[in-house]
Design a protein around this ligand. Structure first.
Ligand code: GCO
Length: 477
């Protein structure tokens, strides 16, 4: 692959999300999101008791952040807009200061020639909507989201070539499962746990579909629209038929849950069979709305696992309050003879192993086996947490992130191989993340940036991985 080139117009850059990098949480009229509550008022939900109040302050420092991106030659940037900055109560009055802020942000990107791939929702559900009716567990949120999304799209479409309606809908409900079980859900009459997960997923799908159909058919938007899926590559533990079946069912639960309705108009049969009444149903009209509602497939793919069968899938999938994905397989660690295992993130975050060969297989699996109807695919997030990175006391060590550099290069090489050798129509790759930021439940304890963030001075310093990545794109872009 030494001389191989990416396809023409390949979109690449760095990614991020509003609550994770903006800071300025209490400033200029922003309303609270569920994450403000979680990080401030639910003890133990963030390991180091940090929050997104200030961390990063991209809200004030965006000009310098963009100037650096431009200087370094990154053509795209993938941030998200904060819903509660525009509608502090989720619906109703607009916060003019927040709107002016994003007007300025978009204008600055346009001025510098950096293309935005913009997410409309990255988990920061307006708290008012959660308190009022249970957030994404309630179908009422669909209209509130659609109202917000149409407003933003109408305002910025001219400058935004790629829209993501929802980031990783698989996780929407998991956000709420952080709440002490039982304390919140009963007031919405749904009880904690499993039912809420499937309801949240259902409502995100309908909200996405309404916006996407409007975008294409009525508004006739200039850009492309989709939602960002989340998933890992699975390979069977053994050659047994049980393990092979476990892989295919796990893909149904992780990717088919959202990909099925989009490509076929309905949930995969295995979800219906396993979940019974827990899984909401679509009306015929809704099926038509959802089918074909995405322009391309977007996958956030960080890692891969060997997986195998478990005894009681039904008990697992219908389990009450479990967070994360309901893939219901046994997982074993990647072994050295696995799908191209590289350095391990074990000591950084346990779920993340470097599996560069896995991304190549995953791209093939998604586009050729699982969803042959998708026209093209982008890897909208991948990235790495270096072990011990938070503990370094000098900037030289903290920016000498050779494991992350190796991870990124391995993934890029394999994305390139997928494009050139496997003929997968892969059209973009975004690295998580622009700089160290608020890593949800891991707070500031886990760093994902290709720039080091000094949490006190807010200074950003490029890490070795950023330079290596830029160099890679010079060669292959
Ligand atoms: C997402 C991701 C990010 C995380 C990243 C590292 O949903 O887009 O979860 O928000 O920070 O994946 O864990």
């Amino acid at each position: 692959i030494a001389n191989a080139k990416l396809p023409a117009n390949f979109a690449w850059g760095l990614s991020s999300s509003a609550y994770q990098i903006e800071g300025a949480a209490k400033d200029e009229g922003r309303g609270p999101s569920i994450w403000d509550l979680l990080s401030h008022r639910v003890p133990g939900q963030v390991v180091d008791d940090t929050n997104g109040d200030i961390l990063g302050q991209h809200y004030y420092l965006y000009k310098q952040d963009f100037a650096r991106l431009q200087k370094l030659g990154t053509p795209w940037f993938s941030p998200s807009i904060s819903w509660p900055r525009i509608f502090p109560f989720g619906s109703g009055p607009i916060n003019e200061a927040g709107l002016k802020h994003y007007d300025d942000v978009i204008a600055e990107l346009v001025k510098l020639g950096i293309k935005p791939a913009l997410s409309l929702f990255h988990w920061d559900t307006p708290l008012a909507l959660f308190n009022e009716y249970g957030g994404w567990t309630n179908p009422k949120i669909i209209d509130d989201y659609v109202n917000y999304a149409k407003f933003i799209i109408s305002r910025y479409d001219e400058h935004v070539p790629v829209w993501f309606t929802i980031n990783e809908p698989q996780y929407c409900n998991w956000q709420y499962s952080y709440y002490p079980a039982g304390e919140y859900y009963p007031s919405y009459g749904i009880g904690p746990g499993a039912k809420a997960r499937w309801l949240c997923g259902h409502h995100t799908l309908l909200a996405h579909a309404k916006v996407a159909k409007w975008y294409k058919e009525e508004f006739k938007g200039k850009g492309r629209i989709t939602f960002k899926n989340s998933g890992n590559y699975f390979e069977a533990n053994s050659t047994s038929t049980e393990d092979a079946a476990a892989v295919s069912r796990a893909y149904d639960f992780v990717l088919g849950w959202f990909g099925g309705p989009w490509t076929d108009g309905d949930y995969p049969q295995s979800l219906k069979d396993t979940l019974g009444d827990l899984l909401p149903t679509f009306t015929e009209k809704e099926k038509k709305l959802i089918k074909g509602s995405c322009d391309f497939y977007a996958i956030d793919a960080y890692t891969g696992y060997y997986v195998g069968a478990i005894n009681d899938v039904q008990a697992c999938a219908t389990n009450s309050s479990a967070g994360g994905w309901p893939e219901c397989v046994s997982q074993s660690s990647v072994t050295p003879d696995g799908f191209g295992v590289g350095p391990s993130g074990d000591l950084g975050v346990t779920w993340l192993k470097s599996t560069p060969g896995g991304i190549r297989s995953f791209l093939k699996t998604i586009t050729k086996d699982l969803f042959p109807a998708v026209p093209d695919i982008m890897v909208t997030e991948f990235g790495f947490a270096e072990p011990f990175e938070s503990e370094y006391t000098n900037i030289q060590d903290a920016t000498w992130d050779l494991r992350r550099a190796d991870y990124i290069q391995g993934y890029l090489d394999n994305i390139l191989l997928a494009a050139t050798e496997d003929k997968v129509n892969v059209t973009g790759a975004f690295i998580w993340s622009i700089f160290d930021n608020f890593e949800w439940g891991s707070g500031a304890a886990v760093r994902f940036g290709v720039q080091y963030l000094n949490y006190t001075s807010l200074e950003r310093t490029p890490k070795a991985s950023l330079f290596q990545t830029l160099n890679w794109f010079k060669t292959h872009g």
